[in-house]
Design a protein around this ligand. Structure first.
Ligand code: EPZ
Length: 442
């Protein structure tokens, strides 16, 4: 479905700035909801059918990860190409290899479900990441609290337990995938588990909805206290993944800088509270309706500070895109990155395009408004790439964006979507070959 890793490494975007955006752009399903949902299928013998799955590289990696363990993972095709059916009845080897985990940290989400369902799991440690150290110590501590015996050797975590037992777990720090991993594990534990200081992200709520459809007893998802009454087994279910609030936010910021009128459709405005409030503070003109946001660029933006926080605060996954907007706002914006220790890789690339950004540890000071000029720039991680795509659309001239495989990890055919509303963007290198048709069992 996707180019080989080597071919993907070759892809670049060529973006000519200055075009006005106009029309309607569709938001895909949320990558960060789809990944834990696919891992949740490990918890039952029955098929789990997920709809509104984004066609992004990380989903492909998760498919390979599950298939390597012996799961049957069928991706829909044609009209059903945003659907997947996963059956773990014949899952034989509860192991997540370094080869796959090193390409996607979220692979560690299989740890809890595997030990809960099979009594053992061997999962590669994820290693370092461009945006920060990102350890998984809180996942491990939580599993130990649930009664698992954990050993770490040769770069792998080995977890063993006949049956997990309910426990009280107070997270030292709010962790999204930590909450999801332990919530999944606790569904099959003996007794009740209480997760305190849990993450409240919409993706956590979506996962709890799926698990409850599979027969779990989860209460409190979306608050910082989640209660899970363990059951002896779970069954199959069909579930529609929520829209991707970060993809929606990315397009809203693009529209705030370059749109005559842009409608961002199939999104969930209530999941975007902190971002929309901040954009209004900057003077962005936007309207929200049930499942869409309409935005217009008025060229009269003023600076506003942000500090990234856990949900419902300002999302760290929108910090880079917001920095691109801040380069076009009058005044100085102070951007504080609270969640990850190294998430300003995009700043120096924006400076190469003429932006005035100064980094002081976890704080960036962006002075605007500074006209941007096209340059050859490089993607370093998923959201940094989105920031550069946005900047290139308002820069003077033609920008060459290298390493766009970072973008493909979390944005479904972003260049086609942006081109459909007037952006001048094309992919060079190996284009996506037409999708191979894969039969799906209904
Ligand atoms: C999730 O990552 C998202 N990924 C990230 O999105 C997002 O940036 C992040 O949450 C924060 O919102 C997925 O959902 C797949 P965390 P996650 O555990 O769960 C520290 C994107 O762009 N920590 O909430 O890995 C950690 O280092 C990606 O789509 C520990 O110290 O993030 C960080 O500083 C990037 N020990 C903080 O907690 C642990 O065991 C929050 O991380 C776990 C986390």
């Amino acid at each position: 479905m996707f180019n080989s890793r080597y071919e993907a490494l070759m892809d670049k975007f060529v973006i000519r700035g200055g075009n006005r955006l106009k029309g309607t752009i569709q938001v895909s399903g949320a990558k960060n909801a789809a990944l834990p949902a696919m891992a949740a299928a490990i918890l039952t013998d029955d098929p789990v059918v997920l709809e509104n799955i984004p066609q992004v590289r990380d989903i492909e990696t998760e498919r390979k990860l599950l298939a390597a363990m012996g799961a049957e993972v069928e991706l829909g095709y044609g009209r059903a190409h945003h659907r997947t059916s996963i059956c773990c009845r014949n899952l034989a080897s509860p192991e997540a290899s370094y080869e796959l985990v090193k390409t996607m940290r979220a692979s560690t989400l299989v740890l809890g479900p595997l030990v809960a369902r099979f009594g053992r799991a061997r999962v590669s440690m994820p290693g370092g990441c461009a945006i920060g150290a990102r350890p998984i110590d809180l996942h491990i501590k939580g599993l130990e609290k649930l009664g698992a015996t954990i050993t770490q050797e040769h770069g792998y975590v080995e977890a063993r337990c006949d049956r997990l037992r309910g426990a009280e777990i107070l997270f030292d720090k709010i962790t999204v995938t930590g909450t999801e991993d332990l919530m999944m594990a606790a569904t099959l534990a003996d007794g009740e588990t209480v997760l305190e200081n849990a993450a409240r992200e919409p993706e956590v709520v979506d996962l709890a909805d799926l698990l409850n459809r599979m027969g779990a007893h989860i209460e409190g998802a979306g608050t910082s206290t989640i209660r899970i009454k363990g059951v002896s087994s779970l069954h199959g279910a069909r579930h529609r993944i929520i829209p991707d609030r970060i993809e929606a936010g990315t397009f809203i910021i693009a529209g705030a800088l370059a749109a005559d009128e842009l409608k961002i459709q199939n999104c969930e405005p209530r999941h975007l509270g902190a971002l929309l409030q901040k954009l209004r503070e900057c003077g962005v003109e936007l309207q929200t309706e049930a499942d869409c946001v309409v935005v217009r660029a008025n060229g009269k933006l003023t600076a506003a500070d942000i500090t990234t926080e856990e949900y419902p605060g300002f999302p760290t996954d929108m910090q880079a895109q917001y920095m691109a907007l801040a380069t076009q706002a009058e005044g100085s914006s102070f951007i504080v990155e609270n969640i990850f220790e190294n998430r300003f890789m995009h700043a120096l690339e924006l400076v190469r395009m003429g932006a005035d950004v100064r980094i002081e540890g976890r704080r960036a000071i962006v002075r605007g408004r500074t006209p941007l000029s096209a340059a050859a720039v490089q993607c370093s991680d998923l959201r940094a790439s989105a920031s550069l795509v946005i900047a290139a659309m308002v820069a003077d001239g033609e920008t060459i964006l290298d390493r766009v495989y970072h973008v493909d990890r979390g944005y479904e055919r972003i260049e086609e979507k942006l081109r459909s509303v007037g952006a001048e963007i094309r992919r060079i290198g190996q284009m996506f070959p037409k999708r191979a048709t894969v039969p799906v069992a209904h």
